[in-house]
Design a binder for this molecule. Structure first.
Ligand SMILES: [Zn+2]
Length: 318
């Protein structure tokens, strides 16, 4: 089978490797698509200086084609969204049976179970309440997922800020009650006006940028919740902690490393997806065959107009 291997910054090789064999409790999944994750871009650009080669890919969807001993479900032929730690940019990947979630009803190249789990867990952690006023900074893929989940929780207002006009248009399509172009208008003033001076009950930072992080402390009410969804690797960030301290902010880091939490979020997200209460399909905007995996990573870095999310698709799968 083929596998995309990152051999150094900006350089993927598609190599031939043996198709893995599922062991006890494992299944073999024929990969339909694997999403390119923001957390992989540091290795692609070389900023994080990891040890190459790297076998990336953890946002996998596909079809079960073989089951190992002791596996009762999923069954051969079942479409699934999958948790794997790596090796997803390949024709096949082995996964634990309990790390596969049924994906009937959704286009398989849009079933990105891992980011879905992150978004579910972020909104659960934020504990958005009925009638809350919510500010979302960053209308990219994660921002859109969080947006849909916040709406399910019954927020009164969902105010979305971004620096890209096309991103704000998509937020409107998702039902944003107001959008703010962060380059054109002062976000804090806009939120104050929309909330009669009270400011947001909950703010989500979904970009991973210093500027967005800082803005949270200007749009959130006293004792409100600041939720960090963005990926803040790279240079240290700074925040006006004196102000955050005084404002009694409840700062919540929406990153999860515990397997049981990730799997629970994935299960919940996939239930919502199967029920049609969530739709990832409009947000998967760019598809690249495995042979062009480098172009997929380039697109995730440069974000051409209309870009939300890139997936690498494996030819020959459905
Ligand atoms: Zn990811």
């Amino acid at each position: 089978m083929r596998q995309g291997v990152l051999t150094g910054p900006g350089s993927f090789d598609v190599v031939d490797v043996a198709t893995p064999v599922p062991g006890r409790g494992e299944v073999l999944v024929e990969v339909s698509a694997c999403g390119v994750c923001a957390s992989e871009l540091e290795a692609w650009t070389g900023r994080s200086e990891p040890t190459y080669p790297l076998r990336l890919g953890h946002e996998v969807s596909g079809t079960v084609v073989e089951v190992g001993p002791g596996v009762e479900s999923p069954a051969v032929g079942e479409p699934v969204g999958v948790w794997v730690a790596s090796d997803g940019y390949a024709d096949f990947v082995v996964a634990r049976a309990e790390h596969c979630f049924a994906a009937q009803g959704a286009p398989l190249d849009t079933v990105l179970a891992e980011p879905l789990a992150c978004a579910v867990n972020a909104v659960e952690l934020a504990d958005v309440r009925l009638g809350d006023d919510v500010v979302l900074v960053g209308a990219g893929f994660m921002g859109h997922l969080v947006h849909q989940l916040v709406a399910l929780r019954g927020a009164r207002q969902v105010i979305v800020a971004d620096t890209r006009v096309d991103a704000l248009e998509r937020a409107v399509a998702l039902g944003a009650t107001a959008t703010v172009h962060a380059g054109d208008r002062d976000l804090a003033a806009a939120v104050a006006e929309l909330t009669d001076g009270v400011l947001a009950d909950v703010s989500f930072e979904c970009t991973g940028s210093q500027a967005a992080l800082e803005s949270m402390g200007r749009v959130t009410r006293m004792s409100g919740k600041l939720v960090l969804v963005g990926f803040h690797q790279g240079p240290p960030r700074s925040v006006p902690l004196g102000w955050w301290n005084w404002m009694a902010y409840d700062v919540r880091n929406a990153h999860f490393r515990e397997m049981s939490t990730i799997l629970r979020g994935m299960d919940v997200g996939m239930r919502l997806l199967r029920a049609g209460l969530l739709d990832l399909a409009p947000h998967v905007t760019h598809r690249f065959p495995l042979a062009d995996i480098g172009d997929a990573f380039d697109a995730a870095v440069t974000k051409p107009d209309g870009f939300v999310k890139a997936v690498v698709t494996m030819a020959g799968t459905s």
